[in-house]
Structure formats: structure tokens, C-alpha cells
Design a protein around this ligand. Structure first.
Ligand code: FPP
Length: 245
């Protein structure tokens, strides 16, 4: 895996890409138009992460709760994922991006599942940027599925209960292979976490912007990274201790 050029570049950025619907509404277009425009912002952010040497990027593309949206919008979003997979994977692969889908993939139709698995398989050897796309994902789901894996290992007799500590538990979560989440970004003006990377958010810096997702670009990413670079991360220590370290 590539290393960050300096300590001020977040190793891992997670983004709640909010505001597609409002962006489309302002243009008197259907919500799906906004989701489609959101693809360009995804490309911008991937390019920006590659340029800055960010090691991992995790995007919240479809939450477990998004199934409750109107059937037409869910269908349009799933179609968009299929088209994006067909169109973008070549370029991502060419740029050394490793693609992973995290979430409960079983809920998707088999052809879409196959496309996701194929994209993961094809890009598995890349390490310029680990790009994780959260689909049918929820932070609580991730914690529960990790707890189930731990319980199964105990039931099989492969694991002592006392061996379950934070580091061991982390290995069962969906993002165990990527660096800790340094920066959480949410676009679209709301200031909440919405069941995104709950376990991983423990020490992340939070950044909220009113920019609607389709308008988010490399300059917006630069602003977020600059803001991150100004933060003092104490991890429970005092400011003086951090300065000495
Ligand atoms: C939230 O905006 C956005 C989503 C639920 C979908 C995100 C999907 C994309 C950006 C498409 C491209 C992604 C990939 C990975 C190909 P919203 O609909 O809640 O907006 P609103 O708050 O304005 O209604």
C-alpha cells in the first residue's frame, strides 16, 4: 500500500454523499437525475484521493434504509450501479484502484451481485487506492455481523471468549483491511452520521458541508483535507502531551 506524503493527509476518508435529490429538484428534474450527476462527483473524489495519496475511500452509496424509498428511485439507483460498474471499472483498474463492495450483498439480484464480485476480483491486486462502496450497508449491521462471526468462532471452539478484544473484533468488521478512518465527510447540510461506519467513527474527524453531492469536486475535497490538517488529534491525551510527542 502507498504511504501518505505527510501526516496531514487522511489515510482513510468516508463520505455520506447527500443532496442528490435536492440538486435535481432545484433543476426541476427527477431525483434519479441527481444520482446520475453524483457519479461525476465520485470520479472527482477518486482523482483527488489518488493525487493526495489517500489510501482508502469509503462511499455510502446505498444504505440498508434506502430500500424504503419509492420503488422507481430504488430501481434507478440499482440501474445506475450496474451502468457505473460497466463503464468505470476499466478506468479504476487502470488507475490502480482496488474496488470493494461492503454490505449485505445477498439482497441484490444475482446479475448485479456477479458484476460486483467480478469487479472486486479484477481489481483485487491493486493498491494505489482502496475504494469501498457501501451498498445495503448499515453500521449496526456491520457490528452485528462481526459479533456473529465471533460467536461462531467461540461455538466452534476456535476462539476463547477472553481473546475477543477491540483489535480482534475489528478483524471481523467489513473494513478490517484498510487503515483507520481519519476523516468523515457529509455533504448536503445535515449534521448526522446516519448509521454509516459506526465502529470506525470512534476517532475520526467529522467534516460537514452544505455543498450538495453533485457539486462536490476536487476543490471541495481539498477544503476538507485542509480543515482536517488544522485539527489537533489528541486521542484522549492532553494538548501538551501531543505537542511533546
Ligand atoms: C443521497 O442523496 C444519495 C444517495 C442515496 C445515493 C448515492 C449514489 C450516488 C452518488 C451515485 C453514484 C455512486 C456510485 C458509487 C456509482 P439524497 O437522494 O438523499 O438527496 P436529498 O437529501 O437531497 O434528497
Amino acid at each position: 500500500m502507498t504511504t501518505s506524503p505527510n501526516n496531514y493527509v487522511p489515510r482513510h476518508i468516508g463520505i455520506v454523499m447527500d443532496g442528490n435529490g435536492r440538486w435535481a429538484k432545484a433543476r426541476h428534474r427527477p431525483r434519479s437525475f441527481g444520482h446520475n450527476a453524483g457519479r461525476k462527483a465520485v470520479r472527482e473524489v477518486v482523482e483527488g484521493c489518488l493525487r493526495h495519496g489517500v489510501q482508502a475511500l469509503t462511499l455510502f452509496a446505498f444504505s440498508s434504509e434506502n430500500w424504503q424509498r419509492p420503488e422507481e428511485e430504488v430501481g434507478a439507483l440499482l440501474d445506475l450501479f450496474v451502468r457505473a460498474l460497466d463503464k468505470e471499472v476499466d478506468e479504476l483498474h487502470g488507475n490502480g484502484v482496488r474496488l470493494r463492495f461492503i454490505g449485505d450483498l445477498d439482497a441484490f439480484e444475482k446479475p448485479l451481485q456477479r458484476r460486483m464480485l467480478e469487479a472486486m476480483r479484477r481489481t483485487a491486486g491493486n493498491d494505489k487506492l482502496h475504494m469501498n462502496i457501501a451498498v445495503n450497508y448499515g453500521g449496526r449491521w456491520d457490528i452485528v455481523q462481526a459479533a456473529r462471526k465471533a460467536a461462531m468462532a467461540v461455538a466452534r471452539g476456535d476462539l476463547a471468549i477472553e481473546a475477543i478484544d477491540e483489535a480482534a473484533f475489528d478483524r471481523w468488521t467489513s473494513l478490517s483491511e484498510v487503515p483507520p478512518l481519519d476523516l468523515f465527510i457529509r455533504t448536503g447540510g445535515d449534521r448526522r452520521v446516519s448509521n454509516f461506519l459506526l465502529w470506525q467513527l470512534a476517532y475520526a474527524e467529522l467534516y460537514f458541508t452544505d455543498t450538495l453531492w453533485p457539486d462536490f469536486n476536487q476543490i471541495s475535497l481539498q477544503h476538507a483535507i485542509n480543515d482536517f490538517a488544522r485539527r489537533e488529534r489528541r486521542f484522549g491525551r492532553t494538548g501538551d502531551q501531543v505537542a511533546q510527542a
